[in-house]
Design a protein around this ligand. Sequence first.
Ligand SMILES: [Zn+2]
Length: 403
Amino acid sequence: MNTLIDRFLRYVAIDTQSDHESESFPSTEKQKDLSRLLVEELKAMGLDAFLDKDGYVYAKIEKNTEGKKAIGFIAHVDTSPDAPGKDVTPRIIKNYDGTTIKLNDTISMHPNQYPSLSKVIGQDIIVTDGNTLLGADDKCGVAEIMELAKYYTSHKEEKHGDIYICFTPDEEIGNGANRFDHDYFKADFAYTADGSEVGGIEYENFNAATVTLDFIGKSIHPGSAKNKLIHAVHLAMEFHQLLPVFLNPAYTENYEGFNHLTQIKGQVEHAHVQYIVRNHDKDLFKQQKDEFLKIAKYLNDKYGYKVVDVDIKDSYYNMYDIIKDHMYVIELAKQATINQGVAPKIEPIRGGTDGARLTYDGLICPNLGTGGYHFHGRLEFASINQMEKAVEIYKEIIRINAK
Ligand SMILES: [Zn+2]
């Protein structure tokens, strides 16, 4: 019997999709169906676990040796709203041979098209039936942390410092860190178990902002518009043309930042435009934002009135700017990964994480790989071998810390 996989299958059977449109917190009540189960299971391990009023599950495994750092492990219970998340029907493929995986009559995947699959050849994997996402994001992380808790509550001879556990709601809609209880969660540092390939250690993410532009045109009957009409949508187009061409996300990768047009709507008198601005580098990030202001000034001067109003709101920042002064947290994860025979994979995240928010709120929190792939869609899958390895890496982190 594989308790880790039993757990995973038990958790993905529960629909925990979060919802962008919701005004409540957590965004969907059904997330608590899993959260409550987790509390029950943690209690059965003898832990004093609880679900707080905001839908966060907390537990602490008390230290059995003095003078060690308190380490936290965090995963999220919600699944992405981007693909159906109800009636997940997982299928286990043993010893994957690298050939086409037919999920159902219409959907299949092959390593040529999806190179991630070539990383799991020879491993046991869990796939969907093509009708829903799997929920590997982040039920891999949840199941692994639960397995970790099971291990330390049933192997009391193993020395460890305080271990904090939290399962958050609403990560997928960007709100997982919003009501995190820093007063309860007194870890010296933590890891989110929310990455992909096992051995992944992520501690650099984008700096992020949203730029909102409102263009004011001058409407007049097109029959008598000569030298009078100023079309707000044309202004928006002119503005867009003035932005640096190669900061279009379609031309960027790795550490390259971008300005991404996410919304444009309008008519003659008014156009409303939104961009998201991303860069790992703080100075380049500022430069990108400054360019929006420069272009706005240029257009306002050119037309002789305020044709565009710019609003820039920062969303989150690169956690590396804080973590760089606490690199032992990364070194610890690296060493644990190497000790478990896995090569650490360090890549910048081209997005944000709850860990970035938590880091800025005072809890250093890089992200670790869980063995899940193709997040947020029907092609999502998890490697059983990698999930098992992930648990061993978490244990190793705790062991090294207890030495
Ligand atoms: Zn996730």
